[in-house]
Design a binder for this molecule. Structure first.
Ligand code: SF4
Length: 479
């Protein structure tokens, strides 16, 4: 019997309601978004089991007994997998009430309901999940969902229950530049974001608000992961410095208790500049690298995305982190309706000039702007006219570039970085392929990169960071 089935049956003896929480995919991280609700629901005596489809398959035994199946959709790729999985979940759990929760649930509410999902939740979801369980226990399912679809109220966080998830050692790990690896834990010190970048999926739900997880809860969560062997903590906050005082309290506590444990975090360019004085302390506390959504090196595109930073600010942030000894891992939305072939080449050239080629996962240089339902991009004057009708399979409004060569190049590069064995090839080698194809697309000879310093490899997670990519065949094999 699988471990998870056993845990559900054990828990269900103390409460009649059986809950299965499902994570389709979350960048190889052990999901806080399952462990936190699990703690809330188990505290009330509900039987909780978890299935992480990045590591496990849908379990007919587990689902056949379920009264509630709640699927977490924290990112675009996860939502695509969830939509593919829903018919099978429905088949395997015929008695269960279906709930979908997480950032991408409210924006796809109508679609999810049309597929038989009874409850759709976003934001701070735990109180609503608990209320739903209580309703189902008292057999008060009702017709309409009484819980708010989006809750931004402050919630009393519990220490996440990670015992219901696969072991940490099965998840993504830290890879050091010398190729050595470290077991990585995953924590969240806040949810939401106080910024309003137009293309960001956090914005339609949190609308410029963020909520902190109390530092003692974060530290207790880290403590249990270190006890399981974590030597590194990857903070999954949308932006770690939305609350700098809180962030410092967390990393000071982490470093005091576990001075040998390193960490990484995601911090926007503007925060790296505005809070530059904090960088030495982050470094001292064990920060190895910072992921930052640079998105573009074209000021016009940055303005359209409302990023609140310029191309020069990227250079400044890079200089600041370098001076401190923290690696910067920039991420990009490389292809937008406003990206020209010349502009794309300018991005590649800038990465070479800044000697950060090895800091950028190649998939970042293939990503295409996603326009989901509810995106603030739709508020841009005239933008909707450039889009096609909403595509239920893609979960977004498709667009074609005015210059077909741009779309062709994007498709070619996507195939290149997803090709067989590509994941094992050095980033610099894949970059050379991208460099050549981008020049070819413009009909220009590609200058040799021989003799250019492409930068040194930096610490990284074994699964690259991105929010929107096609689900792979392997991801779809779980059901
Ligand atoms: S892109 Fe980053 S900074 Fe901007 S709204 Fe999203 S999470 Fe916040």
């Amino acid at each position: 019997m699988p471990l998870q089935s056993a845990s559900l049956l054990a828990a269900s003896t103390s409460g009649p309601l059986r809950v299965v929480l499902i994570n389709p995919y979350e960048l190889g991280r052990q999901p806080f978004a399952l462990a936190e609700p699990a703690a809330w629901l188990k505290r009330e005596g509900f039987g909780v089991a978890c299935l992480d489809l990045s590591l496990q398959k849908l379990d007919p035994g587990l689902l056949g007994d379920a009264d509630l199946v709640a699927i977490y959709v924290g990112m675009h790729t996860a939502t695509r997998i969830a939509l593919e999985a829903l018919p099978r979940v429905r088949q395997l759990a015929p008695r269960a009430h279906l709930c979908v929760y997480g950032l991408y649930a409210p924006m796809n509410e109508a679609l999810l309901r049309s597929l038989g999902v009874g409850t759709v939740l976003g934001g701070e979801v735990e109180p609503a999940l608990l209320a739903l369980c209580r309703r189902l226990r008292s057999q008060d399912e009702g017709m309409a969902q009484p819980e708010p679809v989006v809750n931004l109220g402050k919630v009393p966080f519990e220490v996440p229950d990670r015992g219901v998830l696969p072991r940490l050692s099965r998840y993504a790990h830290l890879v050091m530049p010398d190729g050595s690896t470290r077991l990585a834990g995953f924590a969240e010190a806040s949810r939401g974001c106080k910024h309003l970048c137009r293309h960001c999926p956090v914005v339609p739900v949190y609308e410029g608000k963020f909520r902190i997880v109390p530092h003692d809860v974060v530290l207790a969560d880290i403590r249990q992961q270190v006890a399981e062997g974590a030597e590194h903590v990857s903070f999954g906050d949308p932006d770690f410095l939305n609350g700098p005082t809180h962030a410092l309290k967390v990393v000071r506590g982490l470093h005091r208790e576990f001075p040998e444990v390193s960490f990484d975090a995601t911090i926007k360019i503007q925060h790296l500049i505005d809070h530059a004085q904090l960088l030495p302390e982050l470094k001292e506390a064990g920060c190895l690298f910072i992921t930052s959504a640079v998105e573009a090196v074209d000021d016009e595109i940055l303005g359209l995305l409302a990023k609140n930073h310029t191309a020069r600010d990227f250079d400044r942030a890079l200089a600041l982190t370098r001076k401190t000894g923290i690696a910067l891992a920039p991420t990009f939305v490389a292809f937008t309706p406003w990206t020209t072939l010349e502009g794309y080449l300018a991005l590649l050239e800038r990465l070479v000039e800044l000697e950060v080629v090895q800091s950028v996962p190649p998939v970042q240089l293939t990503l295409r702007l996603l326009v989901p339902e509810g995106s603030h991009l739709l508020q841009l004057t005239g933008f909707r006219d450039r889009l096609q009708a909403f595509d239920r399979r893609l979960l977004g409004y498709p667009w074609h570039h005015a210059d077909p060569r741009v779309d062709r190049l994007q498709r070619e590069l996507q195939t290149l970085v997803a090709g067989e064995g590509a994941a094992d090839r050095p980033r610099s080698e894949l970059f050379r392929g991208i460099w050549h194809r981008a020049h070819e697309a413009l009909g220009r000879p590609a200058p040799s990169l021989g003799g250019r310093n492409l930068g040194a490899p930096i610490p990284r997670m074994s699964e690259p960071w991105y929010c929107c990519a096609e689900p792979t065949a392997q991801q779809l094999q779980a059901f």
